[in-house]
Write a protein that binds this ligand. Structure first.
Ligand code: SAM
Length: 223
């Protein structure tokens, strides 16, 4: 169970608590998340017919931004929170080639190699360290060889004093620890990814940066 303020789920809900979920979309607007969704979608280079998964889709903002940027993609948003999924489905009413399903990033209910892109926004830093590793391994498994991972997340600046980092994480709500660039890169490599790039975009708090993380599942080796 994720330990936070009166949270009785085994995941941390989008706004930290079920009662705050109705305000989540407004909060993302106030925090200026839309440009971050757009940047992630642009970097993913989506194309007509691409099978795209978002892990930890919450109320569907990034999944919908991807669909709106390239209407020919087949979008799947996955999240453990049924309340967030209900909101996402309402927002996607009338669209085709988009679905929202319940599940966990660390145990994806999809066959190996079923997606061309896996996206994630502001989710991985909430997970416990072993769950982060399992989620990245699952993203690798469901990507086809040559498929790409694109993540927006919060990373810790290298060498930040642990006390300062803990205080910054508390203010930013990253309850289970933001990784440094090196740690992120190590986890991605351990999952099998190559072509790793981690680009800090802006400072979220002293010691913490928002960043876009990209990685590739290597194409199959020729025999
Ligand atoms: C801060 S919200 C981000 C939502 C959305 N990606 C966005 O950018 O608006 C984090 C989301 O991660 C989901 N989440 C938490 N634990 C998860 C897990 N183990 N697997 C998948 N999603 C998870 C939460 O339910 C929540 O919707």
């Amino acid at each position: 169970m994720t330990g936070t303020w009166h949270n009785h789920h085994d995941y941390l809900p989008a706004a930290g608590h079920d009662l705050l979920l109705p305000g989540y979309d407004l909060l993302t607007r106030l925090l200026g998340m839309r440009p971050a969704y757009r940047a992630l979608v642009d970097q993913a280079e989506l194309y007509d017919g691409a099978q795209v998964l978002e892990i930890g889709c919450g109320t569907g903002n990034l999944t919908l931004a991807a669909k709106s940027a390239e209407s020919g993609v087949d979008m799947t948003g996955l999240d453990p929170d049924p309340r967030a999924l209900t909101r996402a489905r309402k927002k996607a009413r009338g669209l085709t080639g988009i679905r929202f399903e319940q599940g966990y990033a660390q145990k994806l209910p999809y066959a190996d190699g079923s997606f061309d892109r896996v996206l994630s926004s502001m989710m991985l830093h909430h997970l416990d360290p072993d769950v982060k590793a399992a989620a990245l391994a699952e993203a690798f498994r469901v990507l086809r060889p040559g498929g790409r991972l694109g993540v927006s997340d919060v990373i810790a600046d290298e060498g930040t004093d642990p006390g300062q980092l803990a205080a910054a994480e508390q203010r930013a709500g990253c309850l289970n620890g933001a990784l440094s660039q090196c740690q992120y890169s190590d986890l991605l490599q351990a999952a099998g990814f190559t072509g790793i790039s981690i680009t800090p975009t802006h400072q979220a708090e002293p010691g913490l940066h928002s960043a876009i993380v990209q990685a590739v599942r290597p194409a199959a080796q020729q025999p």
